[in-house]
Ligand binder design. Structure first.
Ligand code: ADP
Ligand code: ZN
Ligand code: ZN
Length: 671
């Protein structure tokens, strides 16, 4: 039966397979391959449904990968190793879908705000469709998701819901909220931080229908969920939804496709939607029939909370080498004295991005990459953030022997150290010393480290939290009244056309961490503030941010994109080649471009010249890319489909000689 998992002999091995085509296709097979019998069918497991197979086939087609690769990645790794009897034993432990337990929280839900009520009513009015829920940070989007799920499960005893979040570190908080509402049994998680047995258990529970709610990161979009009726994509603008290796799929886009295929409603939620989704949800106007998504707005914060006041500090007016302006220091100091919390945000980890010699000009370049190694003071190492190459910090300049090599620039480690010095004399209300904590990829490497660090913030043990974008997203901190971005300028003038969009949403998200509890603010007599230190205070991005005016920002960006013919008004793909030399990489791309010339519909797709990547060399591999673009998604897809076999063939010609690998990235995020 199509969808059945089987063990099949392949050479000397036995591998997992999925029956794809109806068996009839074997009888009129035209090839002369010898066929071996299937080893065993794992028929204790219900076959994977047609909708799931369609999703896998679509993703393979759209992102230019093979069906087998996508299907295999979508299945829990342990399925590959279990025998039929082992699997049957696992399955016995699982119970069938039960009624959702009535938990204490479910019995006494909060009363929805007027905006929440209106949004919910619109979502529940129709049969299916995609909704873009544009809700300010703290407007109670999660409560809308919870209510939608609750209503669905109560209405339909077979229904299941899929709820996605961008990052693993946001799953525990969400899982706790869903379990409090629906009971432990009803909810399973799926993300890459789980052990293989956990993943298998979750997957089986979703596949059997026992789990009514599946929570997860982007990989969860491929879960087998036979009763799927609702998909939520929280923080839909987040770049993490785009897989950056292997099959480079966008889980957000696949969720929309899947919802349509399965007649499930899709809710995309964000305070700062992607410009693609924003454009797709535009209302009809004149000739324009409007977008396919329904736009819903929740502009107000819960409990009459105000969005934080945005303060711009013009760094041009500060004494040279100022890291934190006197005004910001004073503002943080006042908050410490009142027992409130502050968050200082810097999107760069490590102590300093470069170590340099003032005498001879030596810099801590990575010998394997076109990038500098980052100085980490804690373990006195120089680490390349691209290839991982790590060495002890040299005692003296390796080039000239000068013992005074100095850090240049500033990462979170150095900022943490600096803040500790600045606030050494300030005390908390109980007279104790200030506590500063740092959360970034380095501080959270150990299992459970992030949870305990976040718990310390929530319990009020921390006064000033320093961190990267990890702390800017999603968390429902209750006592933070000030958020500061100390050096966000880098993204303003990036060559990547999506950089302003990303910066704007990151700053809005960061601002969203301040003053989330209106009652707390009132009791403290405090106002929530977002501070931004910049050398470009007049930049339109900041003036829109100041007014919390996403709409104005989006309008301006979309005008620029329309004028330049960029997404969402055009569709793009990248062809990338990695080789030992830059010439070899580019030669492959240029040959590929020449080969595309003759393809049907090639005139509707623009192929740009091959160029090196921004970071050209990583781990001694030279990287080049070629952008291709079309105003028509279908035209781009048609070209890619015809191109694929040519690219494989090209690899075996002289032009493909030095190429280590090539790949196609459809709807790429960074260019
Ligand atoms: P968002 O996801 O939009 O940033 P949340 O859903 O996290 O916002 O809601 C912010 C806070 O407001 C949470 O602590 C949540 O429990 C609370 N909340 C949400 N809706 C309501 C409501 N209708 N009444 C009272 N509190 C609410
Ligand atoms: Zn030197
Ligand atoms: Zn390197």
């Amino acid at each position: 039966v199509p969808g059945t998992l089987v063990r099949v002999p392949l050479g000397r091995r036995e591998v997992l397979g999925v029956v794809w085509n109806p068996p009839v296709s074997l009888e009129n097979a035209e090839h002369d391959m010898a066929l071996k019998p299937v080893g065993a069918a794992l028929d204790a497991l219900a076959p994977l449904g047609e909708a799931w197979r369609d999703l896998v086939a679509f993703a393979a087609r759209y992102y230019q990968r093979s069906i087998g690769e996508i299907a295999l990645a979508a299945l829990p790794p342990q399925l590959r190793d279990l025998s039929g009897t082992q699997l049957a034993r696992r399955l016995k432990r699982k119970t069938a879908a039960g009624p959702v337990a009535e938990t204490a929280e479910a019995a006494h839900p909060v009363a929805l705000s007027a905006e929440q009520t209106a949004a919910l009513a619109r979502i529940e009015a129709g049969e299916a469709g995609t909704f873009l829920l544009v809700g300010s940070t703290g407007s109670g989007k999660t409560e809308v998701y919870l209510r939608c799920v609750a209503d669905l499960l109560a209405r339909d005893p077979e229904a299941q819901a899929l709820v996605m979040v961008p990052e693993i570190n946001l799953t525990p908080q969400l899982e706790a909220r869903f379990k409090a509402r629906f009971g432990d049994e009803a909810v399973v998680s799926l993300h890459s931080g789980m052990t293989n047995p956990q993943r298998l258990a979750s997957w089986l529970a979703a596949h059997s229908g026992a789990a009514r709610i599946v929570l997860g990161t982007r990989m969860a979009v491929f879960a087998s969920i036979p009763g799927l009726k609702l998909i939520v994509v929280d923080e839909e603008h987040d770049p993490s939804y785009k897989q950056q290796e292997g099959a480079r799929y966008s889980a957000r886009d696949l969720a929309v496709w899947r919802g349509q295929r399965e007649g499930a409603k899709v809710i995309l939620g964000s305070a700062t939607p992607s410009l693609e989704s924003w454009h797709q949800s535009r209302p009809a106007e004149g000739e324009d029939p409007g977008g396919r998504y329904v736009r819903l707005a929740m502009p107000s914060r819960i409990g009459a909370g105000e969005l934080p006041t945005v303060r711009l500090v013009d760094m041009n007016l500060q004494p040279p080498k100022t890291v934190i302006s006197a005004a910001l220091l004073d503002a943080i100091g006042q908050r410490i004295a009142r027992g409130e919390q502050s968050m200082v945000f810097l999107n760069r980890r490590g102590y300093a991005p470069v170590l340099a010699c003032g005498d001879c000009g030596w810099k801590s370049e990575c010998p394997h990459c076109s990038a500098y190694r980052v100085f980490h003071k804690i373990d006195r190492t120089l680490r390349c953030h691209h290839c991982g190459f790590t060495e002890r910090v040299p005692r003296a300049c390796p080039a000239c022997g000068n013992p005074d090599i100095a850090p240049v620039g500033r990462g979170t480690e150095r900022l943490e150290e600096h803040l500790a010095e600045l606030f050494a004399a300030v005390t908390r209300p109980d007279g104790s010393a200030v506590r500063i904590a740092r959360i970034d990829a380095d501080s959270t490497k150990k299992q459970g480290a992030l949870e305990s660090q976040l718990a310390a913030v929530h319990s009020g043990e921390v006064d000033v939290l320093v961190g990267t974008q990890m702390i800017a997203k999603g968390h429902d901190f209750r006592r933070i009244t000030l958020v500061a971005a100390v050096n966000p300028d880098g993204a303003l003038f990036s060559s990547d056309f999506r950089a302003p969009e990303r910066l704007f949403s990151l700053l809005m998200q960061s601002a969203g961490r301040a003053g989330r509890d209106a009652a707390y603010l009132a009791a403290q007599g405090a106002t929530a503030e977002m501070w931004i230190q910049t050398h470009h205070a007049q930049h339109p991005l900041f003036s829109a941010l100041r007014r919390h005016d996403y709409t104005a920002f989006a309008r301006q960006q979309l005008e620029e994109r329309a004028a330049a013919g960029m997404p969402p008004f055009a569709f793009q793909a990248l062809l990338r080649a990695d080789a030992r030399t830059q010439e070899a990489a580019q030669a492959f791309l240029n040959a590929a471009s020449a080969a595309a010339e003759a393809l049907e519909g090639a005139d509707r797709v623009v192929r740009y010249p091959a160029v090196p990547l921004a970071i050209q060399r990583v781990a001694n591999v030279e990287r080049a890319q070629m952008l291709i673009e079309s105003p028509s998604r279908a035209a781009l897809q048609r070209l890619l489909a015809q191109w694929q076999p040519l690219l494989h063939a090209l690899r075996r010609t002289p032009e493909g000689k030095g190429v280590i690998r090539w790949l196609v990235d459809v709807d790429p995020h960074s260019i």
